[in-house]
Design a protein around this ligand. Structure first.
Ligand code: HEC
Ligand code: HEC
Ligand code: HEC
Ligand code: HEC
Ligand code: HEC
Ligand code: HEC
Ligand code: HEC
Ligand code: HEC
Ligand code: HEC
Ligand code: HEC
Length: 478
């Protein structure tokens, strides 16, 4: 009798659970039902946003026409794409499309087909260059013995981005030393405060929590707010206070009209919000916000999904960081906004792969320690951020920090011009980036690979020069 009762209870339990699951998937169409419809695992580049089927798919599950270019056009433009679809509108090249439709991204980048997906979302065997470039093997004696699956291997050519690999560039930088005479990158200028605090409606805000700071600014946190000496001290000693950015500039709640104009706490809204969102930071740091939203750290926020967390990552992460949310304050913690901490220590609170962990043993890290100690010039150190969030110079000569850590990650030759060539020669940089084992050790020793492209380019130009010279001599002797 007892057994039957237990069976019944079990039966009821299972049914309740089942109904629960069905109800849940009906009520929360986001998660469960959507993943069930996925034909296979989504690629490394997109799995974070796979829940947003609609950014790529039409209602009928086709692919939206401009989906890929909506998000990637700018990147390919900056990469000076070697094979844009416009190249194939030219009748001379158009016939190539008969064998391989290079005007459609999907020819080479399909989705949810994990078993045939290579690096960078490539779903095409890597020897296809053959279809259009057969003649190269004939016209270039040096290439006669090359296999077609080697064209696009590290260090030789890329399909889209050849900014550091085209012949004239290779030749021009052929004779550079491995270590340049002057090894310094860009320096972030000491900013003189440029921010003028908007005319704030200070209703509800009182000048109670006074902190003694040079910029003669008084903290404007609400009177009822228990003044926290640590926060006051941290805020008062940093660029924000110096620039006149006050508590309320970050902590007054955003209202709809605030998102485009400087902060104006309204009288009807509450005047304090303890949580500060990336959008608040972005009102004053537009470029940083925009680029942050483009990479793996911010791409979920860009699609109105919950923030990325280490728990959702496919790369190895520290277990105790699993539920930390990727927002601006993931790296800019506390009220110090300490860029030294953000450049290495912050990264290592989450990242836990061989490459990241090896960094502290490298000569790059030593160079950074030496810069911090004041023993070598500013800009001579190398941090995680030097490579992954490089300082860039915009058209007005203004130095700012790229916050999309995927912008130069793959193919990794994107790092050459932006990063390595501040300090190293081109050939050395190409060799180092083609060496997977060296990357795993975070560049802790010299490259053990040698890519021939610089040598080939140099001898190609020398040969052309010799031919020209011979023709000139011939003409002269006539
Ligand atoms: C980043 C873009 C992207 C996102 C996001 C995305 N997909 Fe896809 N999906 C693709 C691409 C590209 C293909 C391949 C189309 C092709 O081969 O013609 C595809 C193929 C499919 C197919 C197979 C269709 C067929 O005709 O073979 C299904 C089913 C599918 N996706 C479902 C989903 C669902 C469900 C979601 C959301 C949970 C989703 N996809 C999210 C890009 C995406
Ligand atoms: C909603 C915006 C969005 C759409 C739509 C989208 N992508 Fe992406 N894609 C991203 C982001 C964000 C990344 C990750 C950051 C990066 O690698 O630049 C990415 C990464 C990639 C990568 C690099 C993968 C890697 O592992 O390095 C490729 C290739 C790519 N996308 C191709 C496509 C193609 C082809 C389509 C059209 C089917 C497409 N994307 C549609 C946003 C998008
Ligand atoms: C004929 C094959 C082919 C086609 C067509 C193609 N790609 Fe690629 N794509 C590649 C290869 C190969 C890579 C790997 C890196 C490389 O060689 O440039 C790549 C890499 C990428 C990347 C990674 C970052 C980068 O800059 O290389 C993105 C993003 C990308 N493709 C987007 C697109 C989009 C968007 C389209 C359509 C407009 C497209 N691709 C069409 C072959 C192709
Ligand atoms: C669908 C045909 C097609 C495919 C496939 C193709 N290419 Fe090309 N490629 C072209 C065309 C067309 C040009 C432009 C030629 C020109 O302007 O003289 C070009 C130009 C180039 C250039 C620049 C040459 C220069 O000096 O301007 C490089 C490098 C290159 N391709 C490499 C590759 C690699 C590597 C692959 C394979 C990953 C590949 N291509 C696949 C059609 C193709
Ligand atoms: C540049 C923007 C910025 C300024 C200026 C700023 N804060 Fe904050 N504050 C933040 C951020 C970011 C957080 C963390 C919020 C979160 O975790 O969501 C925070 C959190 C807090 C918290 C709650 C969390 C904690 O650490 O206990 C208090 C209290 C606080 N701030 C007080 C102040 C006071 C007082 C001032 C002025 C002296 C001030 N803040 C100025 C950005 C700012
Ligand atoms: C009301 C405008 C404003 C807001 C809101 C704001 N900042 Fe700033 N921030 C500034 C100004 C002005 C400077 C100093 C000049 C500069 O570096 O551009 C600055 C400097 C910085 C610096 C450089 C510090 C240094 O030591 O060089 C960081 C990092 C920073 N802010 C991050 C943030 C983050 C993260 C948030 C959001 C939590 C935020 N800011 C919110 C105006 C603002
Ligand atoms: C992955 C870590 C990380 C995240 C997330 C991050 N930052 Fe930064 N940020 C850094 C590092 C590292 C530096 C300093 C790099 C250097 O000195 O070269 C920096 C520098 C800055 C600076 C000063 C330099 C400049 O660009 O003028 C500002 C302002 C800034 N960040 C704002 C933001 C804002 C706003 C967000 C959120 C949208 C954000 N950061 C998110 C790591 C991060
Ligand atoms: C709060 C945790 C956290 C912090 C802090 C953090 N990251 Fe990340 N990072 C992540 C997560 C999560 C991903 C996404 C991993 C994935 O998609 O598998 C990621 C992705 C990346 C990627 C892209 C990897 C790829 O294969 O596409 C790079 C590069 C990276 N982070 C570098 C850094 C650097 C440099 C810093 C410090 C300036 C940093 N991260 C700080 C959690 C963090
Ligand atoms: C000298 C430049 C350099 C430095 C310094 C550096 N990295 Fe990298 N990192 C690279 C290169 C190159 C790659 C490989 C990109 C590729 O080819 O996929 C890489 C890859 C990564 C990846 C992606 C790994 C994967 O498997 O997809 C992460 C995450 C990362 N780095 C984080 C960090 C962190 C955190 C630090 C500091 C502790 C750091 N890196 C220091 C150059 C650097
Ligand atoms: C700001 C300058 C700077 C930048 C940028 C830089 N490096 Fe270095 N690199 C150095 C210094 C300094 C050393 C140590 C030289 C020495 O030992 O005398 C070094 C050493 C190396 C070594 C040899 C390590 C050893 O212990 O033998 C490799 C490999 C290397 N760098 C690769 C790279 C690559 C790849 C990039 C670009 C992604 C890069 N570096 C960017 C300054 C830089």
């Amino acid at each position: 009798m007892k057994g039957a009762k237990r069976l019944w209870l079990w039966f009821i339990g299972v049914n309740v659970a089942l109904v629960g699951v069905i109800l849940y998937s009906a009520m929360a169409p986001g998660a469960l039902t959507k993943t069930m419809l996925l034909p296979g695992e989504t690629s490394h580049g997109h799995y974070q946003i796979e829940m947003r089927c609609d950014v790529c798919h039409t209602e009928g599950n086709g692919i939206r026409e401009d989906a890929c270019l909506d998000c990637h056009a700018e990147e390919l433009r900056l990469a000076k794409d070697t094979h844009p679809s416009s190249k194939f509108n030219d009748p001379v090249n158009a016939e190539m499309l008969a064998t391989l439709d290079a005007q459609s991204c999907l020819t080479c980048h399909r989705e949810h087909v994990q078993e045939q997906t290579l690096e960078m979302g490539l779903t095409m065997p890597s020897d296809y260059c053959y279809h259009c470039h057969q003649e190269t093997l004939e016209s270039r004696p040096s290439h006669a013995n090359f296999a077609f699956d080697s064209c696009a291997t590290a260090g030789c050519h890329n399909y889209h981005d050849n900014r550091a690999l085209y012949e004239n560039f290779l030749n021009k930088h052929a004779s550079e030393e491995d270590f340049l005479a002057e090894m310094v990158g860009l320096v972030r200028p000491e900013k003189t405060p440029v921010f003028t605090a908007p005319n704030k409606n200070t209703a509800g805000l009182a000048a109670e929590n006074t902190a003694d700071i040079s910029a003669e600014i008084t903290a404007d946190a609400p009177e009822t707010f228990p003044s926290d000496p640590v926060i006051l001290e941290e805020w008062a000693s940093t660029a924000h206070a110096a620039a006149g950015v006050n508590c309320s500039d970050c902590h007054a709640p955003l209202t709809v009209s605030d998102t485009s104009t400087p902060n104006q706490p309204s009288e009807t809204e509450p005047t304090w919000d303890a949580a500060v969102s990336h959008e608040t930071c972005g009102r004053c740091h537009e470029q940083q916000l925009e680029t942050f939203l483009q990479g793996h750290h911010g791409m979920r926020l860009a699609q109105d999904l919950s923030p990325m967390t280490p728990a959702q990552a496919r790369l190895p992460m520290h277990v105790d960081a699993a539920h930390r949310e990727l927002d601006c304050n993931a790296c800019h913690t506390g009220h110090r906004f300490d860029t030294t901490f953000a450049s290495v220590d912050a990264c290592l609170t989450c990242h836990n792969d061989d490459h990241s962990n090896a960094f502290l043993q490298t000569s790059h890290f030593q160079a950074w320690q030496s810069e911090l100690a004041g023993d070598s010039p500013q800009g001579s150190g190398v941090t995680c951020a030097t490579c992954h969030m490089p300082r860039l110079e915009d058209d007005d000569g203004e130095v700012w920090v790229q916050h999309n850590q995927n912008a130069n990650l793959r193919p990794n030759e994107k790092m050459i011009r932006e990063v390595c060539m501040h300090c190293h020669g081109l050939a050395f940089s190409i060799d180092a980036l083609a060496d997977r084992e060296l990357i795993r050790q975070c560049f802790g020793s010299s490259p053990s690979k040698h890519v021939e492209s610089v040598d080939l380019a140099q001898s190609w130009f020398e040969e052309k020069e010799r031919q020209k010279e011979a023709r000139r001599k011939k003409r002269q002797s006539k």
